[in-house]
Design a protein around this ligand. Structure first.
Ligand SMILES: [Fe+2]
Ligand SMILES: [Fe+2]
Length: 282
């Protein structure tokens, strides 16, 4: 959802009042503002019956020349299955070459950037004093969507598994299932945009329900749940974090292979190479 900067600033008492606020207060204010807007939007859409059904979304499949679940790197400009403008989307750009022995920073700068959603989610986690592992999980949580949007939590977990703690991998893998299940105790509600993306009458498939039950009973449930509570969608021009804000955390919790990601013979190496070379014919 788009945030109207002027409206947000006005709701907080003007530019001067916003300038006085701490980073954390701004993040909290933005969240409150978004929740209010989303509630209003949901009420309005319900009235208009605007959300599609599962069957309506399925009927759109054969109107496309592309598959919905392919990764962002392969479908630039895509927003939750909707290309802006031309129905086939914007033309792709020639990608910059990756350096030898590429690190996570190289992949982030050359294949993921701007990565605003990841950076803003991690910044929110940091502002809320979450643990370093939760902040890292937030920074990595939708990385899998660069390669494949379908089952992005599992793709993301597989990508990072050889390089981060089991807890970070767990949080990334299970945030996907947890997003479908509210947890009022920590203020997590079903995302309104899922009504749009999955259909108003969508029921998660059994493997997602099983994954939720497993994660809900797991000792690391809180880690995965924290990824969902810091999952921030709207772009806010006032919060503009940089990957450098998380460099110390990444360096402490992400083990870089000396050969570079993609060239270290782990079970994830081919996945990183596919991000490095998405224009390779085979
Ligand atoms: Fe996600
Ligand atoms: Fe996300």
């Amino acid at each position: 959802m788009e945030v109207d900067r002027g409206e947000l600033i006005q709701s907080l008492g003007g530019e001067a009042a916003v300038a006085e606020m701490s980073h954390e207060q701004r993040a909290d204010a933005l969240e409150e503002f978004q929740i209010g807007k989303l509630d209003a939007e949901m009420a309005a859409r319900k009235k208009r019956g605007k959300f599609p059904t599962v069957a309506e979304l399925e009927s759109q499949i054969e109107t496309r020349t592309w598959r919905l679940g392919s990764g962002k790197l392969f479908r630039p400009g895509d927003k939750m299955g909707r290309f802006e403008g031309d129905s086939d989307g914007p033309q792709v750009k020639r990608l910059p070459k990756m350096p030898p022995n590429p690190s996570f920073y190289d992949y982030f700068a050359l294949r993921v950037a701007p990565g605003t959603h990841l950076l803003q989610s991690a910044a929110l986690a940091k502002a809320r004093n979450e643990s370093e592992e939760v902040i890292l999980a937030c920074l990595l949580h939708d990385l899998g969507g660069t390669l494949m949007k379908t089952d992005h939590g599992y793709w993301g977990a597989a990508l990072i598994e050889p390089y981060v703690s089991e807890r970070v991998t767990f949080a990334v893998r299970y945030h996907q299932a947890l997003r479908f299940f509210p947890d009022p105790e920590v203020g997590y509600e079903y995302p309104i945009r899922y009504f749009e993306a999955f259909g108003i009458d969508y029921v998660p498939p059994p493997y997602i329900q099983d994954a939720y039950k497993y994660a809900r009973a797991h000792k690391w449930y809180g880690l995965a749940r924290s990824v969902t509570t810091n999952d921030l969608y709207a772009f806010n021009p006032d919060i503009n974090p940089s990957i450098d804000d998380f460099r110390d955390i990444i360096d402490r919790h992400f083990r870089h292979p000396p050969e570079g990601l993609g060239y270290d013979n782990t079970p994830a190496a081919h996945m990183w190479r596919s991000m490095a070379n998405p224009d390779a014919p085979l």
